[in-house]
Ligand binder design. Structure first.
Ligand code: ZN
Length: 372
């Protein structure tokens, strides 16, 4: 039996489980993958939080296909992720998977640009929108409001070749109101009070140079139109929250959603898991013989929601977040310990650790084939 390693880096410091008393009642939250690759263990951690918290608090889960980047998104990847979610038992309340498979949907960003065009028009009417042709590298390195080339003052036509569309979010821009400060504050359900400058990394991009409506615009517009009032996502997006709060407010969202930024699974280098890490792709691990419950339990233990990997069926995810489980979560989870997982994680969940998934005996793989 050759061990198949899933090496992980240090866990993010800080709490892993929200105080149940702080969870909003019956929230609408969402699972919103981009179909630019296969579903992997990092997505699974997000799914644990999304489905677990929704089920523990009487809420519902929306599934949104975030394929705003039309050059990188593939329908084949979308089909694969729908199949993977179904195999894992992670079914959204809205929309049914088959309606996404059948064709156009209000929950697939590429199907209808009208909501994003309308939002850009709102910002345009506030005098905030301008075309920018700054080189990508210069934009990525830019800090502070505006853009490297001060394009807001150049009057570049919006349709200029290679130009992106940006919007000022600073309080001093035309159309701002007196109650706008320079910062946006929120109270993260895991991390507590936070605040930040919405323009810290430059003015927000609304549409990229390829004509794609941008992630920050689409996510803010969609969360508002889909009625999402609880955003559950990884900590890599923590710093993006002030700008999204400001953008939402400028677009007329009176009551912002609540936010919960959960820990990430990381590679030994501390980089977050990505779609390029093929050894963590869900369908590959299922093919190797892991069961859906094995993978959910492995992800839960890896992020610190369980003290050790145990089989965790999707129907029991709410147990990760109910009051009775604070400080320990073994009582209502399936007691069987998967023989296919081992972990070297110590009792201190915050220390660097590594997890290892070992290839199961041949009999396990053949059993799966027979069941399928
Ligand atoms: Zn510029």
């Amino acid at each position: 039996m050759t061990p198949l390693a899933v090496p992980l880096g240090p866990r993010d410091p800080g709490p892993v489980r929200p105080d149940p008393a702080r969870l909003p009642a019956a929230p609408t939250t969402r699972f919103a993958p981009a179909p630019t690759g296969l579903l992997h263990l990092g997505h699974l951690v997000n799914a644990l939080y999304v489905w677990g918290i929704a089920r523990a608090s009487g809420g519902r889960v929306l599934l949104r296909i975030e394929d705003h980047d039309r050059q990188r998104s593939l329908r084949a990847h979308e089909a694969a992720l729908l199949d993977d979610l179904e195999r894992l038992g992670l079914l959204p309340d809205t929309p049914p998977l088959d309606t996404l498979r059948a064709g156009r949907s209000a929950y697939r960003q590429s199907d209808d640009p009208a909501p994003y065009e309308a939002a850009a028009e709102v910002l345009r009417a506030q005098g905030r929108v301008y075309a920018c042709d700054c080189p990508r590298a210069a934009v990525l390195a830019w800090r502070g409001p505006g853009c490297p080339g001060s394009c807001g003052d150049r009057g570049l036509p919006e349709g200029s070749p290679g130009a992106s569309l940006r919007a000022r979010l600073d309080a001093g821009a035309a159309g701002s109101t007196a109650d706008e400060g320079d910062r946006e504050a929120f109270d993260d359900l895991l991390l507590g009070p936070r605040d930040g400058d919405p323009s810290a990394d430059g003015d927000v991009t609304l549409r990229d140079r390829h004509g794609n409506w941008s992630y920050p615009l689409c996510v803010v517009v969609d969360d508002a139109r889909h009625g999402v009032d609880l955003v559950i996502r990884g900590r890599d997006l923590l710093d993006a929250t002030p700008r999204q709060l400001r953008l939402g407010r400028l677009l007329g969202r009176a009551r912002p959603p609540a936010f919960l930024h959960h820990p990430l699974l990381r590679k030994p280098s501390s980089a977050k898991l990505s779609k390029a890490d093929h050894d963590t792709a869900i369908r590959d691990l299922l093919e190797e013989g892991a069961t859906p419950a094995d993978l959910l339990g492995f992800a839960a233990a890896a992020v610190g929601l369980m003290d050790a990997p145990r089989a965790l069926p999707a129907a029991r995810l709410e147990g990760l977040f109910t009051t009775s489980l604070r400080g320990g979560c073994s009582s209502v989870l399936a007691p069987s310990v998967s023989p296919h997982f081992s972990t070297s994680a110590g009792p201190d969940r915050r220390v660097a650790h590594s997890n290892q998934w070992t290839r199961p005996p041949a009999g396990v793989r053949s059993r799966r084939r027979h069941r399928a």
